[in-house]
Design a protein around this ligand. Structure first.
Ligand SMILES: *Cc1c(COP(=O)(O)O)cnc(C)c1O
Length: 471
């Protein structure tokens, strides 16, 4: 592709994206294909001779788009949003164009230093305690990772390093019986982290929750910790959820910190979805209560904060726990800057070596929308969810299952699991909207997770009208 051709096709690709967004309102939210349809429509072997880029765009429309579930659709209410946005896309594109590998400071200093600044801006924007920020005199800092799952795994490795007195990285997890704690509503990535760390899924304790709020029962945590310690277990990692995936429940981080005080456990806060709402002062106290007592916290700008997947930020109070657990320097990466100690080498802050310039898209988001724009976006999601909550309350056939959490509404049909799931499946099949389900205290519920950057009140009305029609 010549430079001129690249310019021409680059414009065409951006036009394609703008047209794709403009047309979303009129297409079903859910993919309209059966297993294997997309695969069968594509050639079984790559082309011998290169093809014009237009041919790829044409196939995109014809073969790929029908097989997409449209995450940027204004009536996508399933799971949690994965906001893309114009500014993030352009930032991401520039990152691809630069194509730098920021594995260590020396391989591209600006990649590391822009990330340090942007991650610190985000810490300020959310009002995170000072200890998590990268300052000249402090011990903390933040890093962009691909996902919250990786961040949680990384935090667990740091916790093992710390609790083992540094031996875990060299001699492995050993004969110690390590125990990991989260509520029964903790994200599955906690169990996966324990599996990947070689601790095994069975070391993870699923602590009961309060049936009404779905937040961790901290008294139950205390009892389990005491029993485990009596039985020779060593608590290594406790995860508090600030905004669970199922219902948006918020654990009492302060009480959890007090419960584990005196043990060797690391306290990690999983605020993957809800954390970014702390950009609004009215949500900050609730989201950050007790967070100053945590060793680490993760939140995902790639969910509700307009930063095209993937972009997850992990902050720690002591960056040395990460670097001591994960640093390993082969000869070919030795360099004067790293040895001087004057720079940060982010490859020591996560499992992988190579890393993209992800800070570009987060920088673009923060600068283009500003904190005012981000607050307006979060508030719009919360307001629309409050509207959904009213619609549920005004319809006697439905009931809320848990109190609305920020922009997440969990409700069900009063007739039970069968009508609840039937209504949700019929709504999804209509193509008008897409909701996902959960199970709360053994009973099925549907979730409306608002927060797309393209959703308006009219989209809620249209969804609600369709739900009435299919009942
Ligand atoms: C989405 C989510 C995760 C996992 O996020 P990834 O970035 O996809 O790994 C973890 N915890 C909570 C509470 C979540 O909502």
């Amino acid at each position: 592709m010549s430079p001129e051709e690249f310019r021409r096709q680059g414009h065409a690709a951006i036009d394609w994206i703008a047209d794709y967004w403009a047309g979303l309102d009129d297409v079903p939210v859910l993919a309209q294909v059966a297993p294997g349809d997309v695969r069968r429509s594509l050639p079984t072997a790559p082309p011998e001779a290169g093809e014009p880029f237009d041919a790829l765009l044409a196939d995109l429309d014809e073969l790929v788009v029908p097989g997409l579930t449209h995450w940027q659709h204004p009536r996508f209410f399933a799971y949690f949003p994965a906001n893309s946005s114009p500014a993030a896309i352009l930032g991401d594109l520039i990152s691809s164009g630069i194509g730098a590998q920021g594995m260590i400071w020396a391989t591209s200093p600006a990649v590391t230093e822009v990330e340090q600044v942007v991650v610190d801006w985000l810490a300020q924007a959310l009002g995170l305690p000072e200890q998590f920020r990268l300052t000249d005199h402090g011990l903390g800092g933040g890093v962009i990772q691909d996902t919250a799952s990786t961040a949680t795994f990384t935090a667990l490795l740091a916790a093992l390093h710390r609790a083992s007195g540094g031996s875990a990285r060299d001699t492995g997890v050993g004969a110690t019986k390590w125990a990991v704690y989260g509520s029964s509503q903790a994200h599955s990535s906690l169990v996966k982290a324990a599996m990947m760390a070689g601790l095994g899924s069975e070391c993870v304790r699923a602590i009961e929750v309060d049936p009404a709020t779905q937040a961790m029962d901290v008294r139950a945590l205390e009892l389990r910790l005491a029993d485990d310690i009596d039985d020779g277990w060593t608590p290594v990692f406790v995860q508090a959820a600030v905004g669970t995936t199922s219902t948006g429940a918020i654990d009492d981080v302060q009480a959890i910190a007090e419960a584990i005080d005196g043990t060797s456990a690391w306290l990690h806060v999983d605020a993957a979805w809800a954390g970014v709402a702390a950009v609004c002062p009215e949500h900050r106290d609730r989201i950050l209560a007790g967070v100053h007592l945590a060793h680490s916290i993760v939140t995902n700008p790639h969910k509700w904060m307009l930063t095209t997947f993937d972009c997850s930020v992990l902050w720690v109070q002591q960056r040395a726990h990460l670097t001591e657990a994960l640093s390993i320097t082969p000869e070919y990466l030795r360099n004067a800057a790293s040895e001087s100690g004057a720079v940060v080498d982010y490859r020591d802050w996560h499992p992988q070596l190579g890393r993209r310039f992800r800070a570009m898209k987060l920088w673009a988001v923060l600068r283009t929308y500003g904190l005012e724009g981000l607050r307006a976006h979060i508030r719009s999601g919360v307001d629309l969810a409050a509207y959904v909550e009213e619609l549920v309350a005004d319809d006697e056939r439905f009931e809320l299952v848990t109190p609305r959490s920020l922009s997440l509404v969990v409700f069900r049909h009063v007739g039970g699991d069968e009508p609840t799931l039937a209504a949700m499946h019929a709504l999804n099949a209509s193509g008008v909207a897409y909701l996902s389900h959960t199970v709360v205290e053994g009973r099925a519920a549907m979730r409306v997770a608002v927060g797309s950057w393209r959703t308006t009140r009219a989209d809620i009305d249209r969804t609600w009208a369709e739900l009435q029609r299919v009942l």
